[in-house]
Ligand binder design. Structure first.
Ligand code: SF4
Length: 178
């Protein structure tokens, strides 16, 4: 079934795509999905923030923020809190964002190794612990996987397209797959 915009089709879901500590594998999956979905999403989604695909980005007035990666630095923590303040929904995408792993290895270093890396942590500065999103902000939804499962991402996106009144309820089928 094709996703059909409601009304005059001018209302779009305002989406942010953010990346923190990880290997960006989840955002790469999102980028690859654009090969198939770009023309369908064009009339339904406005990207307020997605550095992977555009240069002009703002963290303001976002309906749904998709956030990849764990939080390892203080700058990241500050940015994450800003995203939460400016987004109606926050979705943790991928296991780094959901539970910290695999980007949280240093949390499990022995005492001596932790002492050895301390100057690096202080220099940049990094947080003492690498944290998943939910330890810092409220998270509304998760998309599991390392990297994310495409179908789960599409289902969540479709759910919000319906919830925010961008498409009709009948369109609820695998992110608009035909
Ligand atoms: S969850 Fe996996 S694929 Fe996604 S950013 Fe983390 S390491 Fe990369």
């Amino acid at each position: 079934m094709v996703l059909e915009a409601k009304g005059d089709g001018k209302k779009k879901l305002k989406v942010g795509v953010f990346s923190f500590t990880g290997d960006e594998g989840c955002v790469i999956v999102f980028t690859e999905l654009l090969n198939e979905y770009f023309f369908r999403w064009r009339d339904l989604v406005e990207f307020k923030y997605a550095r992977v695909i555009q240069q002009k980005n703002v963290v303001k007035d976002i309906d749904v923020a998709f956030v990849e990666g764990a939080i390892s630095g203080f700058k990241e923590e500050k940015m994450l809190r800003k995203i939460r303040r400016n987004s109606k929904r926050v979705v943790a995408i991928g296991s780094c964002a959901i539970d910290g792993s695999p980007s949280n290895h240093r949390n499990f270093f022995d005492e001596q190794t932790t002492r050895e890396i301390m100057p690096i942590l202080r220099k940049f500065p990094y947080r003492k612990k690498v944290s998943p999103l939910h330890e810092i902000i409220r998270v509304d939804e998760t998309v599991p996987g390392c990297p994310i499962v495409e179908e789960s991402f599409l289902n969540i996106l479709n759910k919000y397209l319906i919830e925010f009144g961008i498409v009709g309820r009948d369109s609820n089928e695998k992110g608009g797959k035909q």
